[in-house]
Design a protein around this ligand. Structure first.
Ligand SMILES: [Mn+2]
Length: 388
């Protein structure tokens, strides 16, 4: 694994390759997408290097002698990677850091394709984001666990696709690696040579299925079978305890935003309705407001996104479930009107209990089943009647 991360990113930078395969995850850049892309790229690299027959001598250093490289692309801007806290945590556990990774704003995919040496493998999605429509002719393989949607299926006829409804795309990646290895008589070899990759696949499947939770109901027999297979290879005993510990640590990492700045936290889960900015936090707004420069960050986010109002929504799901919110605006009259409007909203009532702040309207939200989705009708109506 060290060899892979030591060589591939630098070969990409210096254009030192004869062909390149990009393994692209989906735009959410969740753990499933990131791990599927990384593990499959490392596998393709191992497969290529195990079976290449080329012999290059010093006197014959032509383009033919250059390597094929396999590069996972995490579809998020490099500066926003810290927002994906559980991905950062899971990869750091295997000493993979942002410096080892390639993010979507690191490379010019259009240019790469035009050079005629590139192919694309899609993992964890099979409908290209509109910004990537031009990649369709270069897609040669798809591995995905969503229901098949042929609406935007414009790939070549010979595209190789593995699409199956399972809990985690990592299940399908593991299966594909298992099958390709068996074809050449190297059963399980990749998984034993790359225990970090094996553990990442295992982690992701238990997280995505929330440890095979019956309530969440995402796990299939195939997920169970692959996790058992990976646990055998990793020599894990006390499997129940290990799985539970794994999921707990990853869920805690997803929630742990203590390392994020106020500005990053505002971008983590943001929706904008006309000129109302509505960030939702995995912590209470009260906790957000205690971060240094939080109000400056809100003012900056409002002005850079041309918004006049901010509605901040917070929650704390540990132990006693709590929710809170705050209305913030440089225009105090507008903030006050919106705050009163939300307090009086009755379908359903948010049950806002006021706690006056200095230049924002802060409330505890006693209706614990109101999420951002329930605020949308109120926001829409406020925009319609009050902001004319
Ligand atoms: Mn997925």
């Amino acid at each position: 694994m060290e060899e892979y991360f030591a060589s591939t990113p630098s070969k990409l930078k210096t254009n030192d390759y004869s062909s390149i395969t990009l393994v692209l995850g989906n735009e959410s850049c969740d753990l499933d997408s990131a791990v599927s892309a990384i593990v499959y790229a490392v596998f393709l690299h191992w497969q290529h290097n195990t079976f290449k027959g080329k012999v290059c001598t010093a006197s014959k250093r032509t383009d033919d002698c250059k390597e094929d490289i396999f590069v996972p692309i995490l579809d998020v801007n490099r500066e926003d990677f810290p927002l994906k806290t559980e991905v950062v945590f899971a990869l750091a556990g295997h000493e993979i850091y942002d410096k080892d990774l390639v993010f979507s704003n690191d490379i010019d995919m259009t240019k790469l394709m035009s050079e005629g040496k590139a192919k694309v493998t899609l993992v964890d999605h099979h409908t290209l984001a509109s910004k990537y429509n031009h990649l369709a002719p270069y897609v040669t393989e798809i591995i995905d666990h969503r229901p098949l949607d042929r609406t935007y299926w414009t790939y070549n006829e010979d595209v190789r696709s593995t699409i199956e409804l399972v809990g985690s795309c990592c299940t399908l990646v593991a299966q594909r690696i298992r099958d390709l290895s068996a074809l050449v008589g190297l059963n399980g070899e990749f998984f034993t040579l790359y225990p970090d990759m094996t553990d990442l696949l295992y982690s992701c499947i238990v997280l995505d299925t929330v440890n095979f939770s019956k309530e969440v109901n995402k796990a299939t027999q195939h997920d169970v079978e692959i996790v058992n297979f990976l646990e055998d290879l990793l020599n894990i005993d006390q499997r129940e305890e290990q799985r539970k510990a794994k999921v707990d640590r990853l869920l805690e990492a997803r929630r742990n935003v203590s390392q994020l700045t106020a500005a990053q936290l505002l971008r983590k889960d943001l929706k904008i309705f006309e000129d109302i900015l509505v960030p939702s936090f995995p912590v209470l707004v009260k906790e957000f407001l205690s971060k240094p420069d939080s109000l400056e960050a809100v003012t900056e986010a409002l002005s850079s996104r041309k918004c006049s109002l901010g509605l901040l929504l917070g929650m704390d799901l540990r132990g006693g479930h709590q929710r809170d919110c705050a209305v913030i605006s440089p225009d105090d009259k507008l903030a006050k009107a919106f705050a009163i409007f939300l307090q009086e909203w009755s379908s359903p009532s948010f049950e806002l209990v006021s706690e006056l702040g200095v230049n924002h309207y802060y409330f505890k939200q006693m209706n614990l089943s109101a999420f951002r989705k329930q605020y949308v009708p109120a926001i829409t109506e406020f925009l319609y009647y009050y902001k004319e």
